[in-house]
Design a binder for this molecule. Structure first.
Ligand code: CA
Ligand code: CA
Ligand code: CA
Length: 450
């Protein structure tokens, strides 16, 4: 009952008092940038639904086309979809992409490409998983890498019953290793299936030790879920919460996981990311979610244990465009892509990438001078990272460590002088460290854990 009430009360609240919140178009004339990823090179890497993989410098707005996948075929909702960079991209140069193709019907595959900096192109497409059924609707397909394993959301491809057919790889969250093999601790070690009962999940993000996912409902019950290994998420027997007689029976028999929030009427939920940067204190601890039908950004405030939504507000700054995806840079800027283009006619290439930022917030470029007052070593680091700070005082200093995607991993107070940070909980890879005096960033740097 509480959740139903929350749904009713929260849907019309509007974030309108952010005087410093400003928007800026950083790319235009695009064709549905389906996935935005913020890279370790401070560029936005993105897919377009018509098979292009591109990279954008949001400061200069220089846009590079890196690759066109000629096997990619658009059919209504299908085309080139999700993408993720390897967590140690600077060394591996791998990126992973989902797209639809035709081979005895409409299908979907997950491909790894290698970026060659000398020619600044992608090459060596290596298929990790293919022959996933696709259709004009319900193709998933967001990707996330968590602890060096690739999670893939697949849609039911317009055949709802497959979602409850556990061996089928449609209507699922799949998990594979980064070389395409199947993790030995999957629910069935011979299958990539990791959770089931999904209709068409098009948002996934790892934060706070949890995997959050947005999922399109039919004409009712869009869902926001916390994914769990080996669990049933209900579709098509359950829509949203377990709140009808038949649903309650099914949920009890199949140990169904309910969404932590559901929307009726639907808002067409899409890409999500986790925000925890002091640039916008009101957004800290929130999932930011793009929506297609509602045409705005939803701000889902999480509770203190990060397993429920305490408020659902909307940000109307970008009202009017269907919104497809989001990424957040390590300095707290938010980037969202629109989804207005249609496959033919006058709507072609009508999309843009929009930056949401606070122009009064101190930027990385402005803090280079301050950077000389902070030293981090050794780099690469093992389980301990030394941080020596020559500015501020013990009361005002704090730090955050984020993944290159911007996800917050750890934070705390730090002292003037030399500190030893325990980073043993981080897996090997590259990370951003930021030091703050009160809420101003005074240092931004990268380090490698190995
Ligand atoms: Ca994204
Ligand atoms: Ca569900
Ligand atoms: Ca229901």
């Amino acid at each position: 009952m509480k959740k139903l009430l929350l749904c009713l009360l929260a849907s019309l609240t509007v974030y309108s008092s952010k005087a410093q919140m400003t928007t800026r178009v950083v790319a235009d004339s695009l064709f549905i940038p389906w996935e935005l990823v913020y890279g370790p090179d401070n560029h936005i890497w993105f897919t377009q639904k018509n098979g292009y993989i591109c990279r954008l410098n949001p400061s200069t707005q220089k846009l590079d086309t890196l690759y066109h996948e000629s096997d990619c075929v658009i059919q209504n909702e299908g085309g080139m979809l999700g993408m993720v960079l390897h967590p140690d991209f600077n060394n591996t140069h791998f990126l992973y992409v989902a797209y639809n193709y035709i081979d005895n019907g409409y299908k979907e595959r997950i491909v790894r490409y290698t970026h060659y900096s000398s020619s600044d192109t992608l090459a060596n497409p290596t298929t990790l998983l293919d022959n996933i059924n696709a259709a004009n609707i319900h193709n998933g397909c967001r990707l996330a890498i968590i602890n060096n394993q690739l999670y893939i959301t697949t849609g039911d491809a317009s055949s709802p019953s497959v979602a409850q057919n556990v061996p089928s790889i449609n209507g699922k969250t799949l998990r594979i290793n980064l070389d395409g093999t199947i993790p030995t601790d999957n629910p069935d070690p011979s299958s990539p299936v990791w959770s089931w009962g999904h209709r068409n999940a098009q948002g996934i993000v790892y934060a706070n030790g949890k995997i959050y996912s947005s999922e399109h409902g039919p004409n009712n019950d869009d869902e926001f879920n916390i994914l769990e290994k080996g669990r049933n998420f209900g579709w098509p027997d359950v829509e949203g919460y377990c709140n009808t007689t038949s649903e309650m029976t099914f949920c009890n028999d199949s140990n169904v996981v309910e969404p932590i929030l559901a929307w009726t009427p639907t808002i067409a939920v899409s890409g999500i990311d986790y925000y925890n940067h002091p640039m916008f204190p009101n957004l800290q601890g929130c999932i930011l979610m793009t929506t297609l039908k509602n045409r705005n950004l939803h701000i889902l405030k999480l509770n203190s244990t990060f397993d429920d939504v305490v408020s659902d507000d909307t940000l109307l700054l970008v009202n009017g465009d269907r919104l497809r995806d989001i990424c957040i840079d390590p300095d707290g800027r938010i980037y969202i892509s629109t989804s207005n283009s249609t496959s033919s006619g006058s709507g072609f290439k009508r999309d843009k990438i929009i930056e949401i930022y606070d122009p009064s917030y101190i930027s990385v470029g402005q803090i280079n001078e301050q950077n000389t007052k902070v030293n981090i070593y050794p780099n690469p680091a093992g389980n301990m990272l030394n941080v020596a700070i020559q500015v501020g005082n013990n009361e005002s200093l704090s730090y955050i460590i984020t993944a290159l995607s911007g996800q917050l991993l750890t934070q705390g107070h730090i002292n003037r002088g030399t500190n030893m940070l325990d980073i043993s909980m981080l897996s090997n890879g590259s990370y951003h460290l930021q030091i703050y005096i009160d809420k101003k960033v005074i240092y931004t740097g990268n380090f490698l854990k190995q």
